[in-house]
Design a protein around this ligand. Structure first.
Ligand code: MG
Length: 221
């Protein structure tokens, strides 16, 4: 990985179904409490690096997300002080094997493949109006997602407080705040770009991964 994240994250904490319109497009409602999961740091890539679709993966989707970087160790943080623990904001693509996510019931495999976490360069939060942030995703230049961060069910202060009461957040860790509606599949030779206007973007080519097929069709029951 050649991301510009410094220090390197010990974990990437992601939030599922944090926009009501996205929860509905998946066939449900937003959860009553934040729904969190982890992506491994081994999934990180920088802009320009290649997203590899695993053989026989089924449908693989883009998910553009407003993401925050933790600036200092955070444990049992109150919402009122949560922003003190964040240092930067960046665009992130929570690439997801949708068929594996549905099949497995938990999301480690679907979300955890190498190259499944493209990130842009972090930008210091000083002077950034968090409530005004937006996230856009384009595939081959066509706008597919356009979400307002003010539409999230659980805001970043709530998320920092909630997550830090479960696991200690370390400097460098990432909190990906969920994706708005408009998700869709990626196929080899696509180019996908996640942009936070005024902050930056991360653009990646998509190619087929190598190796023997071993994906969803090889699972016995
Ligand atoms: Mg996501």
């Amino acid at each position: 990985m050649t991301t510009q994240l410094e220090p390197s994250p010990t974990k990437i904490v992601c939030v599922g179904k944090n926009y009501a319109d996205h929860a509905r497009e998946l066939g449900g409602e937003p959860p009553a409490q934040p729904l969190i999961f982890l992506k491994p740091p081994s999934s990180l890539i920088a802009g320009g690096e290649t997203i590899r679709i695993p053989p026989a993966a089924g449908r693989v989707d883009f998910e553009g997300e407003v993401t925050f970087q933790v600036g200092k160790r955070a444990s049992h943080v109150r919402e009122e002080e949560a922003l003190d623990y964040l240092s930067a904001v960046l665009p992130l693509n929570d690439v997801t094997c949708r068929d594996m996510q549905n099949l497995d019931g938990q999301w480690t495999r679907a979300k955890g493949f190498d190259t499944f976490c493209p990130v842009g360069a972090p930008v210091a939060l000083d002077g950034i109006d968090i409530q005004a942030l937006r996230v856009e995703t384009r595939v081959n230049g066509e706008l597919r997602q356009d979400g307002r961060f003010s539409d999230v069910v659980f805001g970043i202060e709530t998320l920092v407080s909630y997550i830090s009461r479960i696991m200690t957040l370390e400097a460098g860790d990432l909190i990906a705040t969920g994706t708005p509606s408009g998700i869709g599949p990626l196929v080899p030779w696509d180019e996908v770009e996640v942009t936070i206007p005024g902050v930056g973007s991360v653009k990646n080519p998509v190619r087929a991964g190598s190796g023997e097929p071993w994906g969803i069709e090889s699972l016995g029951s």
